[in-house]
Ligand binder design. Structure first.
Ligand code: PLP
Length: 376
């Protein structure tokens, strides 16, 4: 026998989460998650799932019938889009201006697809002119894939313009909206996005571990016309659709994460009550406030103002400052988490998140006061 380990219950402190995610979770969402668990085929739960679908459709601004929450984090949403759409030999133009564009490339390769890369510097948005050149040079491309809000740098790309280019070249679009959903303007139907995924833990301020996704009718047609079965059983949308289709005949696919879905329902309900446009405006207003304070402290932004994300503020670490020591002090003295740099920006930048419930005045005041204290 292996001896039973004996531990006290885990009691996390209440941190202020101002990194790249997870963000501060709404108290109402934490409360929703601790409600009694019901069966995932219970008629009351099924009714909640119908509401949840309508709430995800609202957040994405889409009427797409195939709109679900994948029972796994944003990376699984990304994988859901790629494994369902990309068949061996399909060519995909992938835009890479940070960590998550690179992850898209790896997804395409693992699906047996062919990749044509469009690279932009870290901190820059995707360049539409370069994408147009790539689409001309690859007339056989079937998809254009890009990250709307690059969390590794804080750069916002022109999703509307990129979708228009893709359409002009008969490509379907696969869009990463993990950090953009709820924080900046995003209109799936109006902009003609074909496949999109997000995450629960950023501007939705829900608990981590769920990924809203949506497929346009054209994307669904492509999935239905596949010559080979989707290689992932769990992420195969043709199987999952049976659970989410809302025609009253829900069948078992996997055991839904019941309480996490209560949490997502509550966070999206709060977003709908606030109103998407109000939420976008709040993120922008809070960003202006934080920006003014950071600039006063002499911190410089990684991204040019025109393409800066309000919800992810990447600033260079001043010369001679110990990155790890500062973040440790913020955590220990102020219970405040800010993000380290990722990839090419590791050790060079901090990423300060203003996401969802975290995008509020008290957080900004605390963050600026703490940084001023620690840096001086
Ligand atoms: N895409 C982007 C832009 C992200 O920021 C993240 C996570 O930070 C992901 C994908 C992956 O999401 P997750 O960590 O929930 O798997």
């Amino acid at each position: 026998m292996i001896a039973a380990p004996k531990f006290p219950p885990f009691n996390p402190p209440r941190r202020i989460l101002m990194g790249p995610g997870p963000s501060d979770v709404y108290p109402e969402v934490l409360a929703a998650q601790s409600k009694p668990t019901v069966g995932h085929l219970d008629p009351l739960f099924v009714g909640m799932m119908d509401e949840l679908k309508a709430l995800i459709q609202y957040a994405f601004q889409t009427e797409n019938e195939v709109t679900v929450a994948v029972s796994a984090p944003g990376s699984a949403g990304m994988e859901t889009c790629f494994v369902n759409l990309v068949e061996p030999g399909d060519k995909v133009v992938v835009c890479r201006n940070g960590v998550f564009g690179e992850r898209m490339r790896q997804n395409v390769e693992r699906c047996g697809g062919e990749v044509a890369m469009v690279d932009n510097e870290w901190g820059e948005p995707v360049d539409l002119a370069e994408v147009e050149v790539a689409l001309h040079a690859n007339p056989d491309a079937k998809f254009l894939a890009f990250v709307h809000a690059e969390t590794s740098t804080g750069a916002l790309s022109d999703a509307k313009g990129l979708c228009a280019l893709a359409r002009a070249h008969n490509c379907l679009t696969i869009v990463d909206a993990v950090t953009s959903l709820g924080g900046v303007e995003l209109r799936v139907d109006e902009w003609g996005i074909d496949a999109i995924y997000s995450g629960s833990q950023k501007c939705l301020s829900c608990v981590p571990g769920l990924s809203p996704v949506s497929f346009s009718p054209a994307a669904v047609e492509k999935i239905k016309a596949r010559k080979t079965p989707v290689q992932s059983w769990f992420l195969d949308q043709t199987l999952v659709m049976g659970y989410w289709n809302g025609d009253g005949k829900r069948s078992y696919h996997h055991t839904a994460p019941v309480n996490a879905l209560y949490a997502l329902h509550e966070s999206l309900r709060l977003l709908a009550n606030e109103g998407l446009e109000n939420a976008w405006a709040r993120h922008s207003e809070m960003h202006e406030l934080l920006k003014a304070g950071l600039e006063k402290l002499g911190l410089e932004f990684v991204v040019e103002e025109a393409s800066r994300l309000p919800q992810l503020n990447a600033v260079y670490i001043p010369n001679g400052v110990d990155d790890g020591a500062v973040r440790k002090q913020l955590l220990e003295q102020y219970n405040l988490e800010i993000g380290a740099g990722l990839g090419a920006l590791a050790g060079k930048a901090w990423r300060i998140g203003l996401m969802g419930f975290g995008a509020r005045r008290e957080n900004i005041a605390l963050c600026l006061r703490a940084l001023e204290d620690v840096l001086n």
